[in-house]
Design a protein around this ligand. Structure first.
Ligand code: FUB
Ligand code: ZN
Length: 625
């Protein structure tokens, strides 16, 4: 079994990710908390405790924001303790405890406003989705802060669910998958198999007919309330199941459809399910869906879900830049799915995708100081897009917090015999064999990582380091050993007796590269995108006069480093460009005659850092000559 390192195994994280943790601890977590309080999200729990009626504030799934925030706050508190965060974690735990009903039910919208709607509309209501996020916060609290209070609330809530739904009771699963992932984590944290078995059951019954959702949608008492939500689900007035990945059993699905966050959470859980049951058929199906996504429906940034209409997928190669939805949560969900696919298969290409989306389509969703967020992550902007501290539907900010807070779990794993490094993280990590692994690196700013160890190993361990898909040249300096590495599943595998004197330096050489898209991605015909190592670049300007949209990438000269640094320390690149002449023209239209373009330059910065100075003109895909 390949298992991620626990946060308790982290001795320290510095470097690129350390800076994000510092910012989250000193600013991001607390600014999100202020939003949770000022928007009534916390108060809803107190209102339930006070026995109020009709006073719920906000969207029906707002409870999930508190839970997700709490999970993120716990990780950040574990790695970067801050007494103010400790205080608000405590406040939120108490608020959750007092809101739970006697029977275990917990969902403030129904408790306050719609008691008759309890468990009446799984497809839209989000009761299980919210509880899933509670369960994940409970696992975090138990595992990282050794506190069982929310696990007690979660087990009570689960027992309540299992008293209504189950193999010998009603069929039931949530329209928004999430609880499945959470249940596997509950089993991992408690060793109680009931949770994982329940998740397996929900995964297996999804997509069969009749779907429990068909009757719910027709419920005359709830129909009006869910009219807008039903419009997303119904196609020509009929339920086709695609929006919520309920169109066919997962084992028969081949194409990624519907809402992107729902899809990626579901398949991440399905990967866990396939691994624990050694279910090759299920794994094969999600591999096929994964291939459809990554070969035809994913942006170069790793963003997924190209339209806001269904917050999800459309058709193969339909990847518009300006209106790209590519929700930050969908990027996070894809990283989760990639991680779980790697854990199930040991193959590094899933981590290539996880790295792509993490460093591009997810980190673009958060400002460097972690207080401002994007919901959607377009690949072009015409000064129309800015990050915001919070949203009415605020799923993304707390998701970023829990993702960045647990970044180690997306990059470091152990099995009995092997330690796996997905992408290097600067820091020190206690391994279960007794060794402490130290990585010194600026990754992803450059590709060099120096690895050393302290302590003694109780058993031989191999060190497996992913060879990133983008790397053409890997230089290894291993003075203590003349033996080369073996290669397995896309990893370099070093078999060595590691001691305190071992050093291993690896340099994944990074060079700027240019990329073309498949010609069926119509938006990108005649255009190029630039990358450096795992980082996708863009060009940006605050002024229309120098907007990348007015420039044509001149391929006559190579991309060159400017010597300047982007806001996150990455190198800035420059290319020669031909500029559309603006002056002296004043007419809206003119008759065309031969006009010489002006010679100029285009600068490239990491896509994840764009919009640091406010709304701008930006493009990832630039026209070329
Ligand atoms: O439905 C809950 C969350 O809100 C989804 O995951 C996001 O896409 C947004 O719709
Ligand atoms: Zn979101």
């Amino acid at each position: 079994m390949i298992c991620p390192l626990a946060l308790s195994q982290v001795q320290k994280i510095d470097g690129y990710w350390g800076r994000y943790l510092d910012e989250l601890s000193s600013k991001g977590i607390l600014s999100q908390w202020d939003q949770i309080v000022s928007t009534g999200r916390l108060e809803n729990f107190y209102r339930v405790a006070r026995g109020e009626s009709g006073t719920h504030e906000g969207l029906r799934f707002n409870d999930s924001d508190l839970y997700k925030w709490l999970e993120g706050a716990i990780y950040v508190q574990k790695l970067r303790p801050n007494p103010k965060i400790a205080e608000v974690i405590e406040t939120s735990i108490k608020a959750i405890e007092v809101a739970q009903a006697e029977d275990g039910y917990l969902f403030t919208l129904v408790q306050l406003n719609k008691p008759n709607f309890k468990w009446r509309n799984l497809v839209n209501m989000h009761e299980m989705y919210c509880l899933g996020h509670l369960f994940e916060a409970a696992v975090a609290l138990k595992q990282e802060l050794n506190d069982d209070r929310l696990m007690a609330v979660s087990i009570k809530a689960f027992n309540h669910i299992a008293s209504i739904y189950g193999p010998d009771k009603k069929p039931g699963f949530c329209g928004h998958p999430e609880i499945e992932l959470a249940l596997y984590r509950m089993t991992e944290a408690t060793s109680d198999k009931r949770f994982a078995e329940f998740a397996d059951w929900m995964i297996d019954i999804r997509g069969h007919r009749p779907s429990p959702f068909e009757a719910e949608i027709e419920d005359p008492e709830t129909k009006d309330y869910f009219r807008a939500a039903n419009n997303l689900i119904l196609k020509d007035g009929k339920y086709d199941g695609k929006y919520a990945q309920d169109d066919k059993p997962i084992r028969e699905q081949t194409v990624i459809v519907g809402h992107s966050v729902r899809a990626a959470y579901l398949y991440a859980a399905a990967a866990l399910s396939a691994a624990r049951r050694n279910d090759k058929e299920l794994l094969g199906a999600i591999e096929t869906i994964w291939n459809n996504l990554t070969e035809r429906r994913m942006y170069i940034t790793g963003g997924i879900g190209s339209t806001g209409d269904n917050e999800g997928f459309t058709d193969d190669y339909d990847l518009p830049n300006l209106n790209a939805y590519a929700e930050t949560c969908a990027g996070i969900a894809l990283a989760m799915w990639g991680r779980r696919m790697f854990e199930a298969t040991g193959q590094s290409d899933y981590l290539d995708v996880a790295e792509r989306v993490t460093l591009n389509g997810v980190l673009s969703g958060v400002s460097q100081d972690t207080t401002l967020y994007y919901y959607d992550n377009p690949l072009e902007s015409r000064k129309t897009h800015g990050r915001a501290p919070w949203f009415l539907c605020a799923c993304c900010p707390p998701n970023v917090a829990r993702f960045v807070g647990s970044i180690v779990q997306y990059n470091l794993w152990e099995s009995d015999a092997t330690v796996y490094i997905g992408s290097p993280i600067d820091g020190e990590f206690r391994l279960s064999c007794g060794l402490t692994l130290k990585m010194e690196t600026k990754y992803p700013l450059d590709g060099v990582v120096k690895i050393s160890f302290t302590g003694k190993s109780s058993r031989p361990v191999k060190l497996s380091i992913r060879i990133p898909e983008w790397s053409d040249e890997v230089n290894v300096d291993f003075p203590e050993s003349s033996e080369g590495a073996e290669y397995e599943g896309g990893f370099m595998v070093f078999n060595h007796h590691w001691t305190s004197s071992t050093t291993l330096t690896i340099d994944f050489e990074m060079n700027p590269k240019m990329h073309k898209a498949h010609p069926h991605v119509i938006d990108n015909v005649g255009r190029l995108a630039v990358s450096y190592g795992p980082t996708i670049y863009c060009s940006e300007s605050l002024e229309l006069e120098s907007a990348p949209q007015l420039k044509v990438f001149d391929l006559a000269e190579e991309l060159r480093e400017t010597g300047q640094k982007a806001i996150d320390g990455s190198p800035v690149f420059q290319a020669s460009a031909l500029l559309e002449p603006v002056s002296p023209y004043t007419e809206l239209y003119r008759e065309f005659s031969d006009e010489d373009p002006m010679a100029g330059t285009i600068n490239f910065i990491p896509y994840r850092t764009w919009n640091a100075k406010g709304p701008s003109f930006m493009q990832v895909w630039l026209r070329h000559n």
